[in-house]
Ligand binder design. Structure first.
Ligand code: ACM
Ligand code: ZN
Length: 750
């Protein structure tokens, strides 16, 4: 048995290999200068010639990791030739399996077809990256995937990615042995595929106005798609295109409003959410349009699977549409939900007649899918129930639940340990039903992810998903996995990957102690990384800035979790402010709803994260807060920050009014404040409201007037909006006397 300190680089590969048989000796990497493929390893119709594969991907990446030139003119040669790496065919290996033999004087890679070679080359690349100036240990890797579908959804609708970026995503997928790029090409906020004969899809549908001015958008031409598909094929990756229907199609309706129930007009949507205008199921023109689009899609994408979405389609318009109602009556359907399954079935049969299988989100299970569309694949996203229902009904299923697979979520919500724990096979399925689980996928929705931030969302969670789907390990210890992730740094450099954070494992909390006049900051562990540090007490390092805190520049405490001397995950930050209303008695008018009013005077500021527990929220009513300052104070400044997160239905107050009183009964106005921030911005914004009363008073009242229900353009139009208020910061004349700055707060780290 090897000692623990005698780790082989093979032990650290991500995803883990199935089997490694060590042998004596090493292969010096400086000898890796040429790649040859046996003529019979050229798999012909099964993919592009192997030399193309090796030259297009492996060689440049190796050049970067080894800092030397690997001959890109890969020769097709029988026999040994001069190649240090020889690709050879083994027809007995299952698809995607490979065998990599590392001998002192050569490397041999066997596979039955293109994808197997690509997986073996991914292993080789990672091994080489991990040993930049050394040698590979001799032995044999025998490897293959646990699941046949290992996917990533890339949402190009919300934010457009240049083709170069999509190609980079393919490289990243190949490096971690993924085999499906699920390319989400159409959305409310943008149609991304040029289609002959439908010019307005890209003239109109590919562009949206931006609040900050200008347009966002772009689209892929047939040539762009061919480049992506060709590259994917080299890498053994299937590109599954998604053309979304019947919902999430407002960009298409902006181009062709005659495909809607109401006739429009529509603009390409600028807000995120779910929108009521969807394709009219009663008009034949809708199906003529979709068939024209899909016919082009089938020409461009060789994938056996075509995704048609099917999720989140509100039925309001269908309920009010005479054509849709006539369709329901003509076909003996019960309601609009049956109309949706009729719609999906019709498109599914059209695809099946052309040899393709429909994939849809789990909403397509509503209605009788099983009897009518046997080859359909159900992608389960609302938990695992969709996968269970699909498998029991005899459908293949791909599993990508929000709980484990939504890479648009912040790593504080979905951390690496959670992804690593993902198993796509729901508990309780019989063996035959388990076989229906093709695999799993990560979904990267891009509402908040412009193309230059993809890496930060994908990494290091993508390698964790690779581990779950390729290796399906029995043991999933987060600490050991995080250490293996550190070994990926050279590979990240070779592929220009700029990873984000693995987790946000620390939470900071602060309590004001009036006796000592200081805040005590405490930390706790959160998320699935908790067990990692449950043993010996972890080392938490604090940094504090600035030396002096003001309402504008609060005291920021920053803490980093250190495990084995290494920073683990992102730092936590808490911002503290000391002021005259701190910890004073506060009351809030009863209508303000839930929430602890003491949040308004606890000295802790809210962050851009609306659910950080530091914001005081009122649902669709004004905030009316009263504070007893304890004694008459010569008031100078009242300063309250409010949060706007339009997508979450949180809007700034229309105005803020400060009132003063000596007895808490009779109030006199002391100043007002408004703002000029548009409500229709995508970003979360924190806006300060300040009033300078210049009067003496014991009691202070802050009235923040709600902006009312969500505005007409909002997906939640007419529903209650929320108001989120931060600390009510109060300074008096004495604060100004000290060099124009409030007194510094002190903190005690505990
Ligand atoms: C989905 O996230 N709406 C599939
Ligand atoms: Zn209609």
């Amino acid at each position: 048995m090897r000692r623990p300190d005698a780790r082989s680089p093979l032990d650290d590969l991500v995803p883990a290999v199935r089997h490694w048989q060590p042998a004596a000796g090493t292969f010096p990497l400086r000898d890796l200068v040429r790649v040859t493929a046996d003529a019979d390893a050229d798999t012909g119709a099964a993919g592009p010639p192997l030399p193309v594969l090796a030259a297009g991907w492996l060689s440049p990446a190796l050049d970067r990791v080894l800092d030397m030139v690997v001959d890109p003119r890969v020769a097709l040669a029988d026999g040994d030739a001069a190649g240090a790496l020889r690709l050879r065919r083994d027809a007995a290996l299952p698809p995607e399996h490979y065998r990599l033999v590392i001998a002192p004087d050569r490397l041999g890679l066997w596979a039955c077809a293109q994808p197997g070679f690509a997986r073996g080359l991914a292993t080789l690349l990672q091994l080489c990256a991990g040993q930049p100036d050394g040698a590979l240990p001799c032995g044999t890797v025998s490897d293959g995937p646990a699941f046949a579908w290992r996917g990533l959804l890339l949402d190009s609708g919300r934010h457009f990615q240049p083709v170069r970026t999509v190609l980079d995503v393919l490289d990243r997928l190949a490096a971690f042995k993924f085999n499906v790029l699920h390319w989400h090409l159409t959305e409310d906020q943008g149609w991304r595929l040029e289609v002959p004969g439908l010019p307005r899809l890209t003239e109109v549908g590919a562009w949206r106005e931006q609040q900050q001015g200008g347009r966002h958008g772009g689209f892929y031409t047939a040539d762009d798609v061919r480049r992506v598909v060709a590259r994917a094929t080299e890498l053994g990756i299937t590109v599954v295109p998604e053309i979304e229907m019947p919902g999430h199609c407002q960009a298409a309706l902006a181009a062709y409003p005659e495909l809607s129930c109401t006739g429009g007009p529509f603009a390409v949507q600028t807000q995120w959410g779910i929108f009521p205008d969807i394709f009219c199921a009663g008009r034949e023109e809708t199906f003529a349009f979709l068939e024209q689009v899909l016919a082009h899609v089938l020409e461009l994408f060789p994938s056996p699977f075509i995704h048609v979405g099917g999720d989140e389609a509100p039925k309001d318009r269908w309920r009010a549409c005479a054509r849709c109602q006539a369709r329901i009556a003509r076909n003996g359907l019960r309601d609009e939900h049956e109309l949706q399954s009729w719609f999906i079935r019709r498109v599914g049969r059209w695809l099946a007649a052309r040899g393709r299988r429909l994939v849809g989100w789990d909403e397509i299970l509503e209605g009788d899918l099983a009897g009518s569309l046997p080859g359909a694949v159900v992608q389960s996203w609302r938990g695992l129930d969709g996968a269970v229902t699909a498998a029991r009904a005899g459908h293949d299923t791909v599993v990508s639940p929000t709980s484990h697979a939504y890479f648009d979520y912040d790593p504080g919500v979905l951390d690496v340990a959670r992804v690593l724990a993902f198993d796509p096979v729901p508990p309780g399925l019989a063996p035959a039903e388990q076989a229906r689980v093709l695999g799993g996928a990560a979904n990267l929705w891009t509402e908040y992810v412009p193309h230059d931030r993809l890496d930060a969302q994908l990494f290091p969670r993508l390698p964790a998903m690779a581990e779950a789907l390729w290796a399906r390990p029995a043991a999933r210890e987060a600490g050991a996995f995080l250490r293996r992730l550190q070994g990926l740094e050279p590979l990240y450099r070779a592929l220009n990957i700029r990873p984000g954070v693995a987790a946000r494992p620390l939470a900071l909390d602060a309590a004001w102690d009036p006796a000592s006049g200081s805040h005590t900051v405490r930390w706790s562990l959160v998320g699935d990384l908790g067990p990692l540090v449950a043993g010996p007490r972890p080392d938490v390092r604090y940094a504090v800035r600035p030396a002096v805190a003001t309402a504008e520049a609060p005291l920021a405490v920053r803490a980093t979790l250190m495990v084995d001397g290494q920073p683990c995950g992102a730092p936590a930050v808490i911002e503290l402010v000391r002021h005259r209303a701190l910890a004073r008695p506060v009351t809030v008018a009863a209508s303000a709803g839930a929430g602890d009013p003491r949040l308004l005077v606890d000295g802790v500021l809210g962050s851009r994260q609306r659910d950080d527990g530091r914001w005081f929220a009122c649902a669709c009513c004004d905030l009316d807060a009263t504070i007893d300052l304890g004694e008459p104070l010569p008031l100078l400044l009242v300063h309250v920050r409010f949060l706007q997160d339009a997508n979450a239905g949180i809007f700034l107050p229309r105005s803020v009014h400060v009132l003063l009183s000596d007895d808490g009964v009779a109030w006199r106005p002391a100043g007002d404040c408004t703002h000029d921030v548009p409500d229709r911005v995508q970003e979360r914004v924190i806006v300060p409201f300040s009033v300078q009363p210049a009067a003496t008073a014991r009691h202070l009242r802050v009235l923040a007037m709600s902006s009312g229900p969500c505005p007409a353009w909002h997906p939640e139009a007419g529903r209650p909006s929320r108001l989120c208020a931060d600390e009510i910061v109060v300074h008096d004349r004495r604060d100004l006397d000290r060099d124009g700055l409030p007194a510094p707060g002190e903190i005690v780290l505990g």
